[in-house]
Design a protein around this ligand. Structure first.
Ligand code: BTN
Length: 271
């Protein structure tokens, strides 16, 4: 699929005009046409004491970072790349995964609000539309060792807003998709504002956990559990309150998988 249109360009006023007054007051927007990685640059700002609510948005990344040390495809023109700095007072390290899950819910809500279609979440950090990955999320954080909680967290969100001209690179072909396949005026600014608005709402108390479960693409399905020890088939049973994926192996044994050490692949649908 090749794009006959672009998703437009981000600009600070364009994003701000779609934010609620409360969000406008809480967030400090920084918008760049191209950066190495919004996560990398915002992490540096976090280390230098930047305040909670600092958000770095870019139209392209030259060194986009994905989970497990992977690169994240971040071309100009068609994608939205943003990172938000949070300083969650007293959030224990093992609760940091909740930042990723609330971001996933926020992206789904934003996509649907803008008419992109029914969005689902592949545990723990991927958003899917019509069976294709349209968004990846990477949360990076620093521990306050004395207090035993997070000093800061940078949640990074990359969205394929429309299909790149010439299609996705071969390694993403058939896997990646885009939110819109027809032009939507001001798509990036509107999507960025909607994502930030919903994420801020969840962070400041709006419920999201039940919706995370409801939007799960994996619960009830056969998956492959991939760990350094190898791959195993399993049935995904549920996501628990700690955002662990509960699975059952063919021998009946059950396990609660934590993000970080394990990744999963959906097994093909039988028939
Ligand atoms: C993944 O799918 O593995 C997670 C991808 C996260 C990509 C986003 S794009 C904005 C932010 N900056 C980065 O370098 N990575 C995240």
């Amino acid at each position: 699929m090749s794009a006959a249109f672009s998703a437009g360009a981000l600009d600070p006023q364009g994003v701000a005009q779609h934010l609620s007054p409360a969000c406008r007051a809480a967030l400090r927007l920084q918008v760049q046409p191209q950066v190495t990685s919004t996560n990398l640059l915002l992490r540096r700002q976090a280390e230098q004491g930047a305040p909670e609510g600092t958000a770095l948005l870019a139209d392209a990344q030259t060194a986009g970072r994905g989970r497990l040390g992977r690169q994240f495809y971040s071309p100009e023109g068609t994608g939205l790349y943003l990172s938000l700095l949070l300083r969650p007072a007293a959030l224990p390290l093992d609760r940091a995964v909740h930042i990723t899950t609330m971001a996933a819910v926020a992206v789904c809500r934003a996509i649907e609000e803008l008419g992109g279609g029914p969005a689902q979440i592949k545990w723990v950090n991927d958003v899917f539309l019509h069976g294709r990955k349209v968004c990846g999320i990477l949360t990076e954080s620093a521990l306050n060792a004395q207090a035993g909680c997070l000093d800061w967290a940078v949640v990074g969100i990359g969205v394929n807003v429309c299909p790149p001209a010439g299609g996705f690179p071969p390694e993403l072909d058939g896997v990646a998709g885009a939110v819109f396949d027809t032009p939507l005026p001001d798509a990036k600014n509107r999507l960025a504002a909607a994502v930030l608005g919903h994420l801020w709402a969840c962070y400041t108390g709006a419920p999201y956990a039940a919706e995370y479960r409801r939007r799960s693409l994996v619960v009830g399905r056969q998956i492959r559990v991939i760990s350094p020890a190898g791959q195993r088939s399993a049935l995904a049973l549920d996501v628990d309150d700690d955002c662990r994926l509960l699975v059952q192996y063919p021998d009946g044994r059950r396990e609660a998988l934590s993000t970080g050490e394990i990744s999963i692949r959906l097994a093909p649908d039988p028939g």
